[in-house]
Design a protein. Structure first.
Lengths: 162, 162
């Protein structure tokens, strides 16, 4: 399957599960820059489950809207499991949505380091009082592919958890 | 030119103007569902000008993050010039970005009325202390096209104002 096909299949699967279970979904996006929300809301009727996405591209936005701690950004960096966790937990508090997912990563082509190469992405989900934090598979093709791959990893995790 | 070409040309033009003038940009999106932010951040280096996008799909999100008044939603509806204005003004307050743009519309295929058919969209921009509110040209092809057309109208307005 192409990336596009995989995204379509997983988007449909996640949307169906949300609708069947009557759950609402919100996202907090860094590296994907709104791509996750754009994909979910492409579907007619998505307002029945999709609540909001906070595209916190700048660090200040992460502080303002999600209550990420400046110390967390300083100590671990914006692209870290710790920041992903605080983004999802902050989103759950502010939105009250049933399922809250966050993503922070390095889309490239710049910004990679030896420890965190381009394609690195961390995802966190708050669902049923539990917080799940994962590192997505590191994939680096090009910026557009990497961003779509992060969305795919988000959908894949939601599909497993729901 | 195809829609895709037009979007590419206008995205480049707006990004160049923002970078040349050292301006930051934030968005508040309803009907476009993150598509505006996804497009702007597709460009490598967009973090130099793009701050955040608040994808306020639900009405509650519009109240929570942008300070849209419940009375405004009740009296004029979520898809109205008044709501577009409050979204952009609220975004300017919370983000402090130099340029703040909002959009609210009816992407379809459902949700249209005689007064506000599918494809209706209102856009507001706060820039240099002034608030500009416009109704975008009403275009109805299909949901995906309509959403992209709203992004195009947003970029077109920014290109004129900057």
């Amino acid at each position: 399957m192409t990336m596009r096909n995989k995204l379509d299949v997983l988007t449909d699967a996640v949307a169906r599960k949300l609708l069947d279970q009557g759950l609402t979904l919100s996202s907090a996006e860094a590296c994907t820059g709104g791509l996750f929300a754009a994909r979910l809301t492409e579907m007619a009727g998505s307002s029945r489950f999709f609540d909001r996405s906070l595209v916190v591209y700048s660090n200040q936005a992460k502080l303002d809207h999600l209550g990420v701690k400046p110390e967390t950004l300083d100590q671990y960096g914006a692209v870290s499991p710790e920041t992903a966790r605080e983004m999802a937990v902050g989103l759950a508090k502010v939105s009250g949505s049933d399922v809250c997912i966050s993503v922070t990563g390095i889309a490239g082509p710049g910004g990679g380091t030896e420890e965190k190469p381009v394609g690195t992405a961390y995802i966190a989900v708050v669902y049923q009082g539990q917080t799940h934090v994962v590192q997505a598979p590191t994939v680096n093709v090009d910026r557009s592919y990497n961003r779509n791959h992060s969305v795919l990893s988000m959908l894949d995790l939601l599909n497993q958890l729901l």
